[in-house]
Design a protein around this ligand. Sequence first.
Ligand code: MN3
Length: 235
Amino acid sequence: MLTRRDALKTIALTTGAIAAGPVLLQAQQTPGEVHKLSPLCYDYDALEPFIDAETMKLHHDKHHAAYVAKLNQALEKEPSLASKPLEDLLRNLDAVPESVRTDIRNQGGGHYNHTLFWQILRKKENSAPQGELAQAIVSAFGSVAAMEELIQSTALKQFGSGWSWLVLRAGKLVVEGTANQDCPLSTGGHPLLGVDVWEHAYYLKYQNRRADYLKAVIQILNWDVIGERFKQAKS
Ligand code: MN3
């Protein structure tokens, strides 16, 4: 039987491949580092002027990094969970031992949600949903613009910190909000896009003007990536 140390070593080796990217330094890998912070897939200033470089740097290198570090710390208490994909843990929070459930929900959710957030943004203004996703959006919300309005109004209504999501749930597209780092995976949904409405996501540039930040974000959604997620979620 593997000792815990051996098990962690094996996991570190099998998950050791580091996503290529020119942007960020990788954190030093330690034996307990099961989950890793991938670099952004674009430069910090790639989303200017919609999201400023300083916000991106702090948000990714400090806030997102902290969720990853705290998730790994929590998993040291339950090494048997280390080999499980984060998505599986979030989908089955009730099956996670109580000793780490809150950490998986908050820190694991933080890691998953931010990883998704970086991927669904890009600087290509006013791109639009295509194909089946476009049809599904029109049939669920009436129009793409109506869906975008709903994402923004849901985000505006979120009291305190949270997220606004486009989710495929029971085969239907819905817009919904969650508090803190709660992820739609944990309630049986497939998140297609998520907009971070924690103040750290916008305060440097937009201060208290959450609505202005939301208007900016909605213009830089990466509908190619969101469309791919829709296909995967349906299959
Ligand atoms: Mn955030």
